[in-house]
Design a protein around this ligand. Structure first.
Ligand code: NDP
Length: 293
């Protein structure tokens, strides 16, 4: 059996079209378009690429974007002062501080300084805290984890009562995606670098979400036949035949997993496009909140 491909590009395109329609309706009602401000500190090349992609996506959806950059030498106070300024700017509905911040900066303090109504990345401690509590609703849900759940739901995969295994427990992917799965009434196991019998744990999963950052770690015999596998990993591996000298692979050994899984996301073209689509969706939501909707 070959797995059904979960096409993140196509699903993200639908989300972005809905976002663009929402923006157009907002503008037709006489409002300013939603505004997203990004704050990039330092010159991390991957972060620069991500920020550029986010601005391009905003432009396509009719969202105004404001790009702020600070040098890697910026102080904690300077970064927080910039966030405060953006908190007070009525044209800015969403604020995204691109992580990771350069060494020496305290990201928790920076995230804490973002207005909870503009926290479109969903990483403010209050939003994460609400995510972890039964019956509480965060103002915004983190984009990559939300994208994973959206992919599963759009593919018609039953979450309620399913055995879900999340490989990875980071603040930005593993832990929030596990919390979202609990919210969806899945039974969740969180695995990490100290987990014993990892392959065995993964083999119990009806839904397996891999977010470890280890190229092709999840092999075919880690996967329960027919399981839905969401590969969040984005890893560069050397490839002399590729123009750039490298190619991107996920945390799942795609070709062999494809023979066992029921559903599988490719890398690239799976979770990646969803992250930006969900960010745009959160930004529109932030504007609606600001406009009293
Ligand atoms: P982190 O490095 O922050 O976390 C990795 C997690 O994996 C940790 O919990 C770690 O365990 C666990 N882990 C690492 N090695 C092993 C191992 N050998 N066995 C078991 N568990 C292990 O990574 P992120 O969560 O930030 O990112 C994970 C991947 O997702 C990366 O490839 C990243 O590039 C990608 N990513 C993709 C996004 C997208 O939009 N597609 C967005 C964000 C990330 P422990 O806690 O014990 O250290």
């Amino acid at each position: 059996m070959t797995a059904k491909t979960i096409d993140g590009r196509a699903i993200a395109k639908e989300v972005r079209a809905a976002v663009a329609a929402d923006v157009a309706a907002m503008v037709a009602e006489g409002h300013k378009p939603p505004g997203l401000a990004t704050v990039l500190v330092g010159e991390n090349p991957a972060s620069q690429v991500y920020v550029r992609m986010k601005h391009k996506a905003c432009e396509k959806a009719g969202i105004t974007s404001f790009q702020h950059t600070l040098p890697a030498t910026a102080t904690q106070e300077e970064v927080e002062a910039m966030v405060k300024e953006l908190n007070a700017n009525p044209e800015v509905h969403g604020i995204l501080v691109q992580l990771p911040l350069p060494n020496g900066l305290d990201d928790e303090r920076v995230l804490n300084s973002i207005s909870i109504d503009k926290d479109v990345d969903g990483f403010h401690p209050i939003n994460i805290g609400r995510l972890a509590q039964k019956g509480r609703e965060p103002q915004f849900i983190p984009c990559t984890p939300h994208g994973c759940i959206h992919l599963l739901k759009t593919s018609g995969i039953e979450l309620e009562g399913a055995n879900a295994v999340v490989l990875g427990r980071s603040n930005i992917v593993g832990m929030p995606v596990a919390l979202l799965l609990v919210e969806e009434n899945a039974t969740v196991t969180i695995c990490h670098s100290r987990t014993r019998n990892l392959a065995e744990k993964c083999r119990e999963a009806d839904i397996l979400i891999a977010a470890v950052g280890r190229p092709e770690m999840v092999k075919a015999d880690w996967i329960k036949p027919g399981a839905a596998v969401i590969d969040v990993g984005v890893n560069r591996i050397d490839d002399p035949t590729a123009e750039r000298g490298y190619r991107l692979v996920g945390d799942v050994a795609y070709d062999e997993a494809n023979e066992v899984a029921g559903y599988l996301t490719p890398v690239p073209g799976g979770v990646g496009p969803m992250t930006i689509a969900m960010l745009l969706r959160n930004t529109v939501r932030a504007a609606k909140i600001a406009y009293g909707g």
